[in-house]
Design a protein around this ligand. Sequence first.
Ligand SMILES: [Mg+2]
Length: 350
Amino acid sequence: MNRLDRIKGCLLGGAVGDALGAPVEFLDWNAIRASFGPQGIVDFAPAYGIKGAITDDTQMMLFTAEGLLRAYVRGSSRGICHVPGVIHHALLRWLMTQDYQPSTHVTLDGWLVKERDLWSRRAPGNTCVSALKASQRFGFFAQNNSKGCGAIMRVAPCAFFGNAFKYAAESARLTHGHPTGYMAAGLFADILQRMTDRQDSLEQALTKSLAEHGGKPGMEETRAILERVLFYFYEGYRPTPERIDELGGGWVAEQALAIGIWCALTATCLEQGMITAVNHSGDSDSTGAIAGQLLGARYGSAAIPARWYQHLEMRQVIEKIARDIERVPRDYLGYAGEFDRAIEAQYPGS
Ligand SMILES: [Mg+2]
């Protein structure tokens, strides 16, 4: 597997997990079982009138990736760039696709925002919407105390750029002011980066990330729950709907990360891990997205079952973003002073 396989696996795997969980996001386990049988949901079912529909998790992931690419282009061409500020601008473009008006002027250039299928509300999180609506300038941190999972579910693309932990945590903080909300996001991107760039197993990546970042202020809740998950893993406890509910529903960042990691750590294959990650009473699309990103980074995009891959909404857009993440930093630097106008038009540096 090369780096592109892992990047594609991560982003497409996350989107597939999001789409698998979307129909059951607001159902508890009893209701899921009543609707889909004792195995729970194992295939795409209609959500928002579409089979294979992605939700706000994947939409915001795409705009985060766009922001990182635009920041890269700007940094390379002008040598000065505040990365979280550029990601913020991209997230405000997402806000406009949701038919909300930002408090500051937002430029609707670049290719991503012109994808009309993104202009659709998929149960966007209140915290993200209210924080983005309120923000007066790019890069300004959210003035709230939320640690909802609405930040961690979008930061995976930070794993493929330098400073993964920092950019993930700082871009999470644009909407989520509680330290657990943004520090868990930083840790998640750091874990994904170790898996992608160093081919670490998830267990190795998690252990190393905790050793490096686990002692930082604001990491207490995340470290505690992830140490519990590692204990379960070493003891051979496998996640079930009931055990996942005991860990928490995944509505807050550290729980969503813990559920995603537990399901990915114990998975026998990508498909099984993702099914486990969405069948519980909690926030199924976000835990599905997080588990899918981890499993996709580990197994690559070829491991995604065809029956999911073929019906995934926005598949081409997600693949293009993955390819651009892999190639733009290579191609754009390669011109050494001569800038690639096609790349600049797709990712204007603002
Ligand atoms: Mg969602």
